[in-house]
Write a protein that binds this ligand. Structure first.
Ligand SMILES: [Zn+2]
Ligand SMILES: [Zn+2]
Length: 546
């Protein structure tokens, strides 16, 4: 209850019927803003999220970085009003900054503030310096590709022009192929920007990332009109680009606003919706991995961040949800989108990807790396995460049914037989290094570096009986989610969507993927216990599509 009380500080419009986007939007009496974020399936407009800080039970003071999120029927019609409000806010901010000070002083203050706020240097400091003042202009750069032009940008362009916005269309194209998040595409965006204005992304994964990157380096404000509930990056503060064949993730800060209209989302291709579900299903094991680290290493954990993700995940796996989603039911699409956006918000709250990315994502990242290295076509991120989840959820279920019995009989303490087993030669630092060199090839550098840093903690791992009991009850609590997630992945044939990945490549991703990040997960634990290979082969032997 303590959390809810503090979260009342967030202003939110909870009047589902009206079109109230007032910039000062205050919460109606008796409303529960936290509920509107975590459990209201029909409506989500949060005014000025970014203006509120709140104290959390985890001991931290949290703050949302995204200013406004709208997930609503006919939300596209709100776009001009939303843009006007954002512009007013920018102008107010600029006025507050300029009023009592000299121009030179303001510029210095602004520069200082920008440097503090951003981890990254803007490529165009002359625009950065002016951005806030000049967004009073009605200039919007609408960035799309051929598909999203048809899906939403064409309509958005018309609506904005009717409201007297000056819209410059930046339409990206790469022939018949889907566009990729490459420096070339970034160049096309930057080349289209001649003077300060708003950057409005119209798309999903790729365009969302490219525009976030462009916004962070130009210092221009940005928003996104979502075209598919396909991944959880809309609200995140990082962007991934493929540079010289390697995926690079860079801190960018999030968009100022996100707008999602179920009518647009409903027209997204089936595989994109399945990808979004896959990314959200992965949270069942990323959250458990986070609990695992809390229980074993006493790592930081935040219940508010967990609740933001877990509630929509539970709703997603409710009985009739799959059918409703297949029928492109508006409430189901909103729920899926809310779960994905909340994942990004949860990561923002705690300042790391811990709540939303664990062992299942490491498998996906490894596959991604293989795809780029060996030029194998890879399915969308969320499909790969879904496949990863099939294994990691299976691991947790087997740990609950079988592994924990072995462990409770012999907890991992300094004198236990288990610890003697996993500190044997097969689990030495040298052996792990050799495994990495073999599996990662030319991409071994970061994984080797991870090993150096993680080794002291992992090689001295101990788990008491009390910790094992806590782990057992936590996995038991997640059991229905784990089982339903695996059923969903089987029924919807996720493995068929990744037909270019061979069984051996998949096996490698499960066995070696955990080295890609330093984060300790179920896969790391199984490796240390010497169970990973056997358990992976058992799951591979089951026919996933049976
Ligand atoms: Zn993801
Ligand atoms: Zn917290």
């Amino acid at each position: 209850m303590r959390e809810r009380k503090h979260l009342n500080g967030i202003n939110s419009d909870t009047n589902s019927g009206s079109n109230n986007l007032s910039p000062s939007g205050s919460a109606p009496p008796g409303s529960e803003p936290f509920d509107s974020i975590s459990s209201n399936p029909d409506f989500s407009v949060f005014s000025s999220l970014s203006q509120t800080e709140f104290d959390c039970s985890c001991g931290k003071k949290h703050r949302f970085e995204v200013d406004k999120i709208i997930i609503r029927d006919k939300a596209l019609a709100d776009l001009p009003e939303l843009m006007h409000i954002q512009i007013q806010k920018s102008m107010k901010k600029a006025a507050d900054n300029t009023c009592p000070k000299s121009e030179q002083q303001t510029a210095q203050d602004h520069e200082k503030k920008s440097a503090q706020e951003s981890n990254s240097k803007p490529l165009f400091p002359f625009i950065q310096g002016k951005a806030i003042e000049l967004t009073g202009s009605q200039l919007v750069y609408l960035i799309c590709d051929d598909n999203t032009y048809q899906a939403a940008a064409q309509q958005a362009l018309k609506i904005l022009q009717q409201s007297d916005f000056n819209v410059e269309l930046i339409r990206l194209s790469s022939g018949d192929k889907p566009i990729k998040p490459t420096p070339t595409m970034l160049y096309h965006i930057l080349q289209g920007i001649s003077q300060p204005g708003w950057l409005l992304a119209c798309g999903s994964g790729t365009i969302n990332d490219l525009v976030k990157f462009a916004a962070s380096r130009t210092g221009l404000p940005s928003g996104v009109l979502a075209t598919a509930p396909s991944m959880d990056g809309y609200t995140s503060g990082v962007a991934s680009l493929v540079v010289e064949g390697v995926k690079q993730t860079t801190p960018t800060g999030p968009h100022n606003f996100i707008l999602a209209d179920p009518e647009i989302l409903a027209a997204a291709p089936e595989r994109m919706i399945l990808a979004g579900v896959g990314d959200l299903l992965g949270k069942a094991t990323s959250l458990l991995d986070w609990h695992l680290r809390r229980i074993i290493f006493d790592d930081y954990f935040c219940k508010t961040a967990e609740a933001l993700i877990r509630k929509p995940l539970e709703n997603l796996l409710a009985d009739n949800f799959t059918r409703r989603l297949r029928q492109r039911d508006s409430a189901a699409l909103k729920e899926l989108t809310r779960g994905l956006l909340n994942s990004g918000l949860a990561m923002q709250l705690v300042g790391s990807s811990s709540p939303a990315s664990g062992s299942e994502h490491h498998i996906s990242h490894f596959l991604e790396m293989l795809g780029l290295r060996e030029k194998i076509p890879m399915p969308l991120h969320g499909i790969k995460v879904g496949i990863g989840t099939y294994f990691t959820a299976g691991f947790y279920l087997r740990l609950l049914e079988e592994g924990l019995e072995i462990l409770t009989a012999d907890p991992i303490t300094a004198d236990s037989n288990l610890v003697q087993a996993f500190t044997g030669s097969w689990n030495s630092k040298e052996t792990r290094q050799e495994r990495i060199i073999q599996a990662y090839g030319s991409r071994q550098g970061p994984a080797i570096q991870n090993l150096q840093e993680r080794w002291p903690r992992e090689s001295s791992l101990s788990i008491s009986l009390a910790q094992l009991k806590e782990l057992k009850s936590k996995i038991a609590e997640f059991k229905p989610l784990l089982e339903k997630a695996r059923q969903y992945l089987k029924r919807n044939k996720y493995f068929d969507l990744a037909e270019d990945i061979s069984d051996e490549q998949l096996r490698q991703a499960v066995l070696y993927g955990f080295e890609i990040r330093q984060r300790f997960t179920i896969t790391t634990l199984l490796y240390q216990l010497g169970w990973l290979e056997d358990w992976t082969d058992s799951l591979l032997a089951e026919s996933p599509d049976s």
